[in-house]
Design a protein around this ligand. Structure first.
Ligand SMILES: Cc1ncc(C[n+]2csc(CCOP(=O)(O)OP(=O)(O)O)c2C)c(N)n1
Ligand SMILES: [Mg+2]
Length: 362
């Protein structure tokens, strides 16, 4: 499949159309109906969580938040294919994959409330915390994949980055070393058409991102990122490729960020309603739902019930995070090094003295 969709052929990989009709039976993934329904439910849950989080932020109950709206199929497909033992090295817009790996929504909320515990992922194995420094995580993923190869482990490292992140030096260094070492890492680029307000055409002069794989001597594929089935099949193929010792794969998931970059951003300043409406036709949830409705695997009534349950569940986990208790000052300092170096310890002591002085003043 990776040969058939070689990026030099400039053919985007797609399995269903905007109405959820199968247009590529050859590459339809081999999935039981229950798993497809599960994907739909997870997508609906992620979307519900996102919409509610935006509302909590507007109520002043959580800090800045980057919504996943419109990009969920990418994370849900990756989440279904990541095994417990595989590594997840996220950027910051991969809620579905992080939940699938074992993070709880409460932990994700804690992260956006500023708690270090929001990165502890008590139930998840092999997951790195959210990475806000753009593209830095890609090099970590390559390092992890180097270890996997060196120790001959049965694992794959999954890592994510945005289209804006592909303009960082880290992206190119990561692809270069992954290619030289032929390590089992999957780079999933969420090309959502914008890096904050920078449109994709200002990000690169090349014809998409997948084609950049050619120069690094690795496999690449451009996929309709709003098509759950295409994402699933492409990642499945990429996992086999990497596991068989054939090296990394660069997957460009072409998608659209339906919401704002973060809750601090206003997309009406840099894009049009017409553009948003065009992409709305390609919404991943609508397309998967249309497929399932045609097969009579879901109904509107089922969805209503799910939505009501999910809203309650999101609110329950949010309330738990909200009542988490005071933030320990110690936490600001203690996760940088295994043993705190003297200069950091001095800063911590000074800060504690400052807090005492402040308290005494009131
Ligand atoms: C190293 C670094 N430089 C700049 C920023 C500020 N910044 C935050 S998000 C962003 C744009 C990222 O765009 P993209 O990779 O397309 O991700 P998206 O927001 O679309 O998910 C920038 C420049 C940062 N966080 N880290
Ligand atoms: Mg982007």
């Amino acid at each position: 499949m990776l040969k058939e969709y070689d990026p030099l052929k400039k053919k985007i990989f797609r399995v269903i159309d905007n109405d959820g009709k199968v247009i590529n039976t050859k590459w339809f993934p081999d999935l039981p109906d229950e798993q497809i329904v599960k994907a739909y439910k997870d997508l609906l849950f992620a979307r519900t969580a996102d919409l509610q989080t935006i509302s909590y932020q507007r109520q002043g109950r959580i800090y800045t938040y980057p919504p996943n709206l419109g990009q969920e199929a990418i994370s849900i497909a990756a989440g279904q294919l990541m095994r417990e033992n595989d590594w997840m090295v996220p950027a910051f817009r991969e809620m579905g994959a992080m939940l699938a790996k074992g993070a709880t929504l409460k932990e994700l909320f804690l992260y956006y409330m500023g708690y270090e515990d929001g990165s502890a992922f008590k139930e998840a194995r092999n997951m790195i915390p959210t990475s806000v420094p753009i593209a830095s995580q890609l090099l970590h993923a390559v390092g992890i994949a180097y270890e996997i190869k060196y120790r001959k482990k049965d694992q794959v490292a999954f890592t994510f980055v945005g289209d804006g992140g592909t303009s960082e030096g880290d992206f190119h260094e990561a692809l270069n070393f992954a290619g030289v070492w032929q390590v089992p890492v999957l780079f999933i680029v969420q090309n959502n058409q914008y890096g904050i307000s920078t449109p994709f055409k200002m990000q690169t002069a090349s014809d998409g991102i997948a084609i950049k794989s050619v120069a690094y001597g690795i496999k690449g594929i451009q996929v309709d990122g709003n098509d759950f089935f295409a994402m699933y099949k492409a990642i499945e193929e990429a996992v086999s490729h990497a596991k068989e010792g054939n090296g990394p794969v660069l997957i460009e998931a072409v998608t659209y960020r339906k919401g704002a970059h973060t809750t601090s951003d206003d997309p009406t300043k840099y894009r049009t309603k017409e553009e948003e409406m065009e992409w709305d036709k390609k919404d991943p949830l609508k397309r998967l739902k249309a497929y399932l409705k045609r097969k009579k695997l879901i109904t509107d009534k089922m969805e209503e019930k799910l939505l009501a349950d999910y809203k309650k569940e999101v609110d329950r986990q949010f309330t738990e995070a909200e009542n988490y208790g005071p933030y320990p000052v110690e936490d600001v300092f203690q996760y940088h090094y295994e043993e705190m170096p003297d200069d950091l310890l001095a800063q911590k002591n000074e800060y504690e003295r400052f807090l005492k002085w402040k308290e005494a003043r009131v």
